[in-house]
Design a protein around this ligand. Structure first.
Ligand code: UDX
Length: 473
């Protein structure tokens, strides 16, 4: 099929490449000339495993191209809109400027019978408004939210857990129709999308047809649920910290209940990124507009718990450094909001690094992929690409992103030889406390008892003994 993808950011670039990889002829359109140039060379403007090879293959075969000219979308019959809907400045609501711009651009390109497919995450009610705008062009709007995770974006696009397609439905006045029955155009649009996604459907991906509002809500509700699950376990971490319990064992035991499951029960410094934080805020703002703020008021709490977890490593570092981080050397392992990504938007780890810097610490940050973005966002911090170099002389090591390079490839013995004080704060509970302790480290986790090294315990006991015997006053 001939497909256009309007907006070639994270979502759109992956979508365009993925659509070409399953046999469609695709043009990606974006207003950013530099982005279009890079994509046309087969190079993604961000870090996403597998994407470059998909882009290169699509471009080489002639089935994928990029352009700044929206008129290039004219030959396509299915038009995906995948522009960003960031948080509005000074408000929790979503900024729909790019979406409105994309629809305006498409109005000049679409023809009778075309299908326009919204993929962006939007406040419920937006699709209906966009459909009104497109009325008169002869094109049918459907809403097909995207659930892709950074780092897994290609897999999530080619082989998603489910496909949700919101279509126009018959009104209440249509006699003998069940609520949510698609209009004839809705039926046709759903059939076209079944064709677009045929390979995924053939391998068993559920294809769920809904009305617009349900499709829009599935996306924000899914992100709200995931954020709630993370903040739930982080709230338990707070209780664990006051009771001596271990939240990692707690999460393991909870997750073994099949109704709960282990995923997204990782306690730590909380969620960040370009989606979960802004999506729960936009959802709350929209619910308040609808007069149903009460229904999702808990999401404010979810947000607050999440932000509060960023205080914990700062408090632990302060404690480990006997009351002040001022003038002390702290190495932060990680800057990306999660591994397999170079995205630092709302990165909890980078936020913590900046706070420690603000308190007068000498903070060195390293990350396998996100250093350039981190430097742009926080030029005041020191950045070192080489992990071992970054560790040299540290008085506290703080792990904020669970890259394999820290989680598995960092040997506590070897790291111990580089730092000046063996104190590690594991902001993602991703290290094995016992091997760090055996190597002589003081280990502080999130929501788990701190583990002092034997050496530290011995020297503290010796101090206590000397105090008792009068050697120390
Ligand atoms: C998320 C949704 O998962 C995806 O479906 C949606 O389309 C976009 O938003 P993404 O932003 O890529 O995807 O990140 P995700 O993998 O969901 O992680 C979000 C944040 O939660 C990260 O900062 C991660 O470190 C944190 N997290 C995740 C935890 O703190 N604990 C966990 O157990 C899981």
């Amino acid at each position: 099929m001939r497909i256009s993808v309007i907006g070639c950011g994270y979502l759109g670039a992956v979508h365009a490449a993925a659509m070409a990889s399953i046999g469609h002829e695709v043009v990606g359109v974006d207003v950013d000339e530099e982005k279009v140039r890079r994509l046309s060379r087969g190079s993604a403007p961000f870090f996403e495993p597998e994407l470059d090879s998909l882009l290169t293959a699509g471009i080489a075969s002639g089935s994928l191209r990029f352009s700044v000219d929206p008129r290039e979308a004219r030959d396509a019959t299915v038009h995906f809109i995948s522009v960003g809907t960031p948080q509005q400045a000074g408000s929790d609501a979503a900024d729909l400027t790019h979406l409105d711009g994309a629809v305006s651009a498409l109005m000049a390109a679409v023809k009778d019978g075309d299908i326009v497919v919204g993929k962006s995450t939007v406040p419920v009610g937006t699709a209906e408004r966009m459909a009104q705008r497109l009325r008169g062009t002869g094109a049918t709007l459907v809403w097909n939210p995207e659930f892709l995770r950074e780092g897994w974006a290609v897999k999530d696009t080619v082989d998603p857990d489910r496909l949700v397609v919101g279509v126009p439905v018959l009104g209440d006045d249509a006699a003998a129709s069940l609520p949510g029955t698609p209009t004839p155009e809705g039926e046709r649009a759903a059939a076209v999308l079944r064709e677009v996604f045929a390979p995924a459907i053939a391998t068993g991906t559920p294809f769920l047809v809904t009305d617009y509002a349900t499709a829009e809500l599935v996306k924000v509700a899914a992100n709200a649920f995931l954020a709630t699950k993370i903040s739930f376990i982080n709230a338990m971490a707070e209780i664990a910290e006051s009771t001596g319990a271990d939240v990692v064992q707690l999460a393991d035991a909870l997750g073994r209940d099949a109704r709960i499951g282990h995923r997204f029960l990782g306690a730590g410094i909380g969620f960040g990124g370009g989606c979960l934080p802004k999506d729960i805020r936009a959802f709350t703002a929209r619910a308040e507009e609808l007069g149903r703020g009460d229904a999702v008021r808990f999401l404010r709490e979810v947000d607050e718990i999440n932000l509060r977890r960023r205080d914990r490593p700062v408090a632990l570092a302060t404690e480990a450094l006997s009351g002040s981080v001022h003038g002390r050397r702290i190495t932060v392992l990680g800057a990306a909001f999660k591994p397999h990504s170079d995205d630092v938007r709302d990165s909890p780890g980078l936020h913590i690094a900046a706070r420690l810097h603000g308190l007068g610490a000498h903070v060195t940050v390293t990350d396998p992929a996100a250093l350039e973005n981190a430097r742009r966002a926080h030029p005041e911090l020191s950045y070192v690409a080489d992990r071992d170099h970054a560790l040299r002389g540290a008085e506290v090591v703080l792990v904020v992103t669970e890259w394999d390079d820290y989680r598995h490839a960092l040997d506590p013995e070897r790291a111990g030889a580089l730092v000046s004080v063996k104190t590690v704060i594991d902001g993602r509970n991703c290290l094995d406390p016992s091997s760090w302790r055996t190597a002589g480290w003081d280990y502080y986790g999130m929501g788990r008892p701190s583990v002092r090294s034997r050496a530290a315990v011995r020297s503290r006991a010796a101090l206590d003994d000397r105090a008792v015997s009068g050697a120390l006053v």
